[in-house]
Design a protein around this ligand. Structure first.
Ligand code: SF4
Length: 430
């Protein structure tokens, strides 16, 4: 393997796999075969794959419309149909896809036979009701207990944790019954063991990959490269191809670390990104930071949008359903904590990744992620002496994205970082 063949492989292969996944969805739609709609925070793909149900991620479908610059047309269409400008842009782009009978820039999207959702975002629940009304979709809501209070997560082994785990396990067993009923297939526990084993590889590699970015320079950009990795981690979760991809990706990034190869010619500032990216001007948004030598080395997005697999949880394939319940409880709870208790998560990242600044990006149409960001920032600033930037736009709606305004704010932020560095150098006699 040469440097030419190894470098950039993860991004190219990731894009190819996501395209291939959409092609498979297109074939499913054209054949009129069943599919399951799921969400990034708790997809239960390990169960759905046992029934050969292709998984569709409406959130990823919507991102693709923004990145491909057609989201605004679709948002208008959903608003003309009656949806408020205030609600989640992902929902409205999906409504437009449904009204267009699955037509999407990446191919046709199949209709949902089943929708599986967790309580990680309240919008999931109302969103699934739309499919229920439009298509008569069977909706299965899996209630995952969250953290009751900051810093008070129940630990595995405690009675409180075991009660919650059993509660999730009971619901997974119900979900299996629903899948049997809808597909007419019997559940095969050995297939579940195999899918869990592939998820184990993906989870382990994902945790290693995140950790590799502690190195200086960072080996991947958590905003741009990270979004590609996230796409594969969701779309190919619990599959052999997904496991292979992450094994190879971890190898590529370990190689970059060993060779000291970063993402920028000069990494001047190490940043953490908090929130959801600005997809309507995705590349330009990233450049507002990289042009100043700012590198996103980690993000809360890579935690919550991966459904919490960042913790690298390993399923016990000897007790598959029990262990799946434990993993789901830990990982979905972790995803929720990284949104709702973000000051704690960011505090840990600042130390682990040697962070110079925190970039908050609250977005108009995702209240779940954005509502608490101002409070989270204030709490963090009380605890830590670290510069931060708070810029608002949207992840879908280019009508509320002001590039010039964001650039002014980003420039001022970096000027502040530079001045601070000069002061520090002067104080240390450098
Ligand atoms: S409100 Fe936010 S977290 Fe919920 S579905 Fe929309 S984008 Fe996702």
């Amino acid at each position: 393997m040469t440097q030419e063949t190894i470098l950039g492989r993860g991004n190219m292969e990731g894009a190819r796999l996501v395209r291939q996944w959409f092609e498979q969805l297109d074939a499913t739609a054209k054949a009129g075969d069943p599919s399951a709609y799921v969400f990034v925070m708790g997809s239960f793909a390990e169960i759905l794959r046992c029934f050969d149900l292709p998984v569709v991620f409406p959130e990823i479908n919507s991102i693709q419309t923004a990145v491909r610059h057609v989201a605004h047309e679709m948002l208008n269409e959903a608003e003309d149909y009656g949806y408020s400008p205030d609600i989640c842009g992902y929902v409205k782009a999906d409504v437009s896809v449904q009204l267009r009978r699955g037509e999407h820039p990446m191919g046709r999207i199949p209709r949902p036979t089943l929708a599986v959702l967790t309580n990680a975002c309240n919008t999931y629940i109302k969103w699934a009701e739309i499919w229920e009304r439009m298509h008569g979709t069977r909706v299965f809501t899996l209630d995952v207990p969250g953290t009751r209070a900051a810093g008070r997560q129940s630990a595995p082994g405690s009675r409180e944790f075991e009660n919650d785990r059993r509660y999730v396990e009971g619901q997974i067993r119900e979900l299996i019954g629903v899948c049997e009923e809808l597909t007419g297939k019997r559940f095969d526990i050995d297939r579940l063991r195999q899918h869990l084993a592939w998820s184990n590889e993906m989870n382990g590699a994902w945790a290693r990959i995140l950790e590799l970015n502690r190195t200086r320079p960072a080996v991947f950009n958590a905003l741009t490269d990270g979004t590609i990795y996230l796409g594969v981690s969701n779309a190919l979760r619990a599959s052999e191809e997904g496991a292979r991809y992450f094994r190879e990706l971890a190898g590529e990034l370990a190689y970059k670390k060993a060779q000291g190869i970063g993402t920028l010619s000069e990494e001047t500032y190490r940043l953490v990104f908090v929130g959801v990216p600005c997809y309507p001007i995705f590349r330009r948004f990233n450049e507002l930071f990289t042009e100043w030598g700012g590198s996103f080395v980690c993000s809360t997005y890579l935690w919550f949008a991966s459904g919490g697999v960042n913790r690298g949880f390993q399923f016990d394939t000897d007790r598959p359903i029990e262990s799946l319940a434990e993993g789901a409880l830990l990982s979905v709870r972790d995803a929720m904590d990284s949104m709702f208790l973000n000051d704690r998560v960011i505090g840990e990242m600042i130390d682990e990744f040697a962070i110079d600044g925190v970039v908050y990006h609250p977005i108009k149409s995702c209240r779940t992620v954005s509502t608490g960001l101002a409070d989270g920032r204030r709490a963090l600033m009380e605890e830590r002496d670290i510069p931060s930037l708070f810029i608002e736009s949207d992840m879908m709606d280019r009508r509320v994205v002001s590039e010039a305004q964001m650039k002014n704010r980003a420039d001022a932020f970096f000027e502040g970082l530079a001045a601070r560095r000069q002061r520090e150098a002067a104080a240390s006699g450098g």
